[in-house]
Design a protein. Structure first.
Length: 389
């Protein structure tokens, strides 16, 4: 139970620290805004000269640096009302298949004497035909004790990374299988991954664990490139600072607080605006950096939230398809109220809540009894259930 009065006293005791942090943050943002303004006046060659010798400068400019007068590329369309915007979205999406996959899980619990986990990946395909045709379904996999036993903890626990990895692997596999279906077809769909194509979150993992994620992403990028099926990694709330890091190197800035690219760009953008395209050159501790084949842009998909980040394979940019692909993202975000509708629907199909967890445990208990397996719940788990009845 949380005691509000004690929280108020604890917050007041740290008021000066919160205030000084905000002052420093605003000072850093002001410095970065000036650097961002200066960036627009630089040619791509000049930027590359300033970044020379820096292995991972956060980001590198593309040809758009010389082709646009500003860092922000404005969206030229405007509408009088919601109906007009949805008409544009419908026209833009007409006849284009869009596809997304997303996963959810029930992790193994120490409250059960038999380790078991569940992964459910939902997928959704909208064919944008006049008849409203779409397909949605799930792939479900139960993980047995043997599958969960890799790298057991000292106390016999089962690390969360295993089921997280299995879920990621299934999401990637679902997208790869879908893209392969269109390898020989002329009209290509657009695929959405709910998350970044830059897997910096693995940098704290063991090398062989990192390799699993990196190989999966490399496969995803390779299949997109080979099949020429556009792939978008969509990050709704992003704290990435690749552009900020590049600005720090170009202007030799000292920044005390972490400032995200989205926070820096947000005041400059209106709905539908995007940033220029940049090559990802992130400086992290991931053992194998494949980032030079990933392009990113920031896209304003909601009037009252910072821009989302879009990652996509470099071939899309090199073939000049990124503008039309980003229009597809805009259109799906109009339908989905700021979030791509296929990704939103795939999440809704896949999600496993607390009721699903309890339902699964009941089914597993029935399965164990039927097969003479000695299943026990911990006293703590039984106590919790009794208190919540």
């Amino acid at each position: 139970m949380l005691y509000p009065e004690k929280v108020r006293v604890a917050l007041e005791a740290k008021k000066d620290k919160f205030t000084s942090a905000q002052i420093e943050l605003q000072q850093d943002i002001d410095r970065l805004k000036e650097a961002l303004n200066n960036l627009s006046s630089l040619k791509r060659d000049e930027i590359e000269k300033r970044l020379a010798g820096i292995l991972a400068p956060g980001a590198r400019p593309t040809e758009e640096q010389d082709n646009y007068p500003d860092i922000i590329v404005p969206f030229v369309n405007s509408w009088k009302n919601k109906q007009e915007s949805l008409f544009w979205a419908k026209k833009t999406l007409q006849g284009i298949n869009t596809f997304a996959a997303d996963g959810s899980q029930i992790s193994p619990s120490k409250d059960l004497s038999i380790p078991v986990g569940v992964i459910q990946v939902g997928w959704y395909e909208n064919r944008h035909q006049p008849n409203g045709e779409y397909v949605k379904d799930i792939n479900l996999e139960v993980l047995s004790p043997d599958e969960l036993s890799e790298d057991e903890g000292e106390e016999g626990g089962f690390p969360e990374w295993i089921i997280n990895w299995k879920r990621f692997e299934m999401e990637v596999s679902c997208l790869v299988s879908y893209m392969e279906r269109y390898r020989e077809k002329q009209i290509k769909p657009i695929c959405f991954l709910d998350g970044s194509l830059i897997v910096s979150f693995v940098q704290h993992m063991l090398p062989d664990h990192q390799a699993k994620y990196i190989n999966a992403i490399r496969q995803l990028l390779r299949v997109s490139t080979e099949t020429r099926v556009p792939l978008i990694g969509f990050v709704d709330t992003t704290y990435a600072n690749d552009l900020v890091v590049m600005l720090k190197h170009i202007d030799k800035l000292t920044i005390r607080r972490r400032v995200s690219d989205a926070a820096l760009l947000n005041p400059l953008m209106k709905w539908g605006d995007r940033s220029q395209a940049y090559i990802c050159a992130r400086d992290d501790k991931v053992l194998e950096r494949y980032y030079e084949i990933v392009i990113f842009v920031y896209l304003k998909t909601s009037s009252d939230h910072p821009p989302a980040r879009l990652d996509f394979p470099r071939w899309i940019y090199e073939e000049g398809l990124h503008e039309s692909v980003i229009d597809i993202v805009r259109a799906e975000c109009l339908v989905g109220n700021g979030y791509p509708y296929p990704a939103e629907t795939a999440d809704a199909v896949a999600v496993l809540g607390m009721e699903d967890r309890e339902r699964f445990y009941k089914l597993f208990q029935e399965f164990a009894q039927k097969n003479n397996m000695p299943l026990r719940f911990s006293k703590k788990a039984i106590s919790k259930r009794m208190r919540r009845v």
